[in-house]
Design a protein around this ligand. Structure first.
Ligand SMILES: NC(=O)c1ccc[n+]([C@@H]2O[C@H](COP(=O)([O-])OP(=O)(O)OC[C@H]3O[C@@H](n4cnc5c(N)ncnc54)[C@H](O)[C@@H]3O)[C@@H](O)[C@H]2O)c1
Length: 258
């Protein structure tokens, strides 16, 4: 098979959590451009439906928007059942849904700590486990977990211990699942993005100040555009990455190279 053919995802089925907007939407778009049908599993159903319509109109693939809270096992199981009813199998899962809270450790309520860990880490486990059971039955699949450079280094000046801990957890969960499921022909990798311009970070870029520090610490001197994760997402989703598993791919404008 020629190298560009390995990137072809025609008629594959990809679930992307939190893909109504931001990085998830951009990665879903990249997979759709390679021919994959797309399931958007997001808590915000109105935005998810609008994005699903945009992708099917634009790329001519099938899409499904399903309201899903990744922290609720029952909802995740129902989402997966609906995907299987419609498409029959699942080739790719991108665990992308996530939130950040910027609070000093000494001021963080336990409820806030739990909220971040619950969505960013427990959510990745819940969706991976339920989709993973289907991938084990199929004996194939690719799971891509969206961690962050904050899972590798502590960002400054903002305080976000819960976020950093959750994202470090995603990296170790990725390696653990990769080890357990390699024998089932399931690959599990993680992307660790640097500062990207999305709704999650827009408020900070709008305010300025703190983001000047971020950009000074980023060798490329600019935030990433969501589209700049499309290449790595497609690589990991496709046969092009057939020997990659348990790996962390930093896409951060050089931040962690410093
Ligand atoms: N933006 C960045 O700079 C950056 C950097 C590194 C990592 N990340 C990570 O990338 C991922 C996406 O970030 P983004 O910037 O696109 O965020 P975003 O806020 O723009 O989008 C997040 C999406 O997740 C959905 N969501 C939130 N909670 C959910 C839940 N419980 N169940 C299902 N869906 C839920 C939201 O509705 C939204 O559509 C996150 O995991 C984030 O931590 C972002």
């Amino acid at each position: 098979m020629k190298i560009l053919e390995k990137y072809d995802l025609t008629n594959k089925v990809s679930i992307v959590t939190g893909a109504a907007a931001g990085l998830g939407k951009a990665m879903a778009e990249a997979l759709a451009q390679a021919g994959s049908h797309i399931v958007i599993a997001d808590i915000d159903i109105e935005k998810a439906q609008a994005t699903a319509k945009q992708l099917s109109d634009q790329e001519g693939i099938d899409t499904l928007a399903i309201q899903t809270d990744v922290t609720e096992e029952t909802q995740v199981q129902q989402m997966v059942d609906q995907v299987l009813d419609r498409f029959g199998s699942i080739d790719v899962l991108i665990n992308n849904a996530g939130i950040v809270l910027n609070e000093k450790a000494e001021d963080t309520s336990f409820a806030d700590w739990q909220k971040v860990i619950n969505i960013n880490l427990n959510g990745v486990f819940i969706v991976s486990q339920i989709v993973g059971r289907q991938m084990i039955a199929q004996q194939r699949g690719s799971i891509i977990n969206i961690s962050s450079m904050s899972g590798l280094v502590v960002n400054t000046p903002q305080c976000q211990a819960s976020y950093n801990a959750s994202k470090a957890g995603v990296i170790m969960l990725t390696k653990s699942l990769a080890m357990e499921w390699a024998r089932h022909n399931i690959r599990v990798n993680t992307i660790a993005p640097g500062y990207m311009k999305t709704e999650l970070t827009k408020k900070f870029f709008d305010q300025g100040g703190m983001t000047d520090t971020w950009m000074e610490m980023t060798p490329m001197g600019r935030p990433g555009n969501p589209e700049e994760l499309g290449g790595i997402a497609l690589y990991l989703a496709s046969e092009a990455s057939s020997f990659a598993t348990g790996s962390v791919f930093t896409i951060d404008g050089g931040y962690t190279a410093l």
